[in-house]
Design a protein around this ligand. Structure first.
Ligand SMILES: O=C(O)CCC(=O)C(=O)O
Length: 235
């Protein structure tokens, strides 16, 4: 990885690695998922989608559908030595723990794409002045179009609360304020990153970045996966 990318990661809190995994390798994982989705009838127009899933709030549908699908070998296919090497370079040391890879599958046609009512959150509590606590990898197993339910993240939000940066309270306020969210965030120096792209692309994200699932407005199942890598503070 070129050093300027490391600087970009420090500044924005994320990196987009286009075509990181070879298409062929990811195509094998995608096919297994498609077979599983066929079994569950969770394909476009799939009338057999479990009613219990359809009745759930939008973002709970992701966890439910992902839990129904079995994907042996997913972790090994995606969290490769090359991926761990990138994470190690970003952290300046090898991760002390790597969680098992989880599927992020969204049913198709969830409704209109929107920036309202999303579930912005961080997965761990850490301060901007602390060393990088970890990196979360997001994998595209299939092409994900804009509006296709990709994870959204707030570039620069890992620095909220640091000297010269907007406070965390101001950022949370902006997220609750109705209107043009992208513009309100831009005024705080924060950008919205949509992790859409091509199968094989990988996003690496500072674990302190605010992020959220989004609405899948396309006719395709959103096929992503994620793994969290943690750094020990004592090394
Ligand atoms: O479903 C998604 O894209 C969001 C995933 C997420 O919030 C997480 O893995 O922490």
């Amino acid at each position: 990885m070129k050093s300027f990318q490391g600087a970009l990661f420090v500044d924005k809190g994320y990196l987009r690695l286009e075509g990181f995994h070879p298409q062929k390798q990811v195509a094998g994982v995608r096919q297994k998922l498609l077979d599983e989705l066929k079994r569950l009838k969770a394909v476009p127009g799939g009338k057999g989608l479990p009613g219990s899933l359809q009745r759930l709030p939008l973002f709970q549908q992701i966890g439910k559908l992902s839990a129904l699908v079995k994907a042996p070998g997913l972790h090994e296919a995606l969290v490769t030595p090359g991926l761990i090497d990138c994470v190690t370079r970003l952290g300046g040391r090898a991760p002390s723990a790597i969680q098992d890879t989880q599927l992020l599958l969204s049913p198709p046609s969830q409704g209109a794409s929107t920036l309202e009512g999303l579930n912005w959150h961080v997965d761990i509590a850490a301060r901007p002045q602390d060393p990088l606590p970890g990196v979360q990898a997001f994998f595209l197993i299939d092409d994900v179009a804009p509006g296709g339910g990709a994870t959204l993240a707030l570039a620069g939000s890992h620095r909220a609360g640091a000297p010269g940066q907007p406070s965390a309270a101001r950022l949370r306020e902006a997220l609750k304020t109705p209107g043009d969210l992208a513009r309100n965030l831009e005024q705080l120096g924060i950008g919205i990153v949509e992790m859409s792209g091509r199968a094989g692309d990988v996003f690496l994200m500072d674990l302190r970045l605010l992020h959220t699932p989004s609405v899948n407005s396309t006719k395709n199942v959103r096929m992503m996966a994620t793994a969290r890598c943690f750094f020990s503070r004592n090394t």
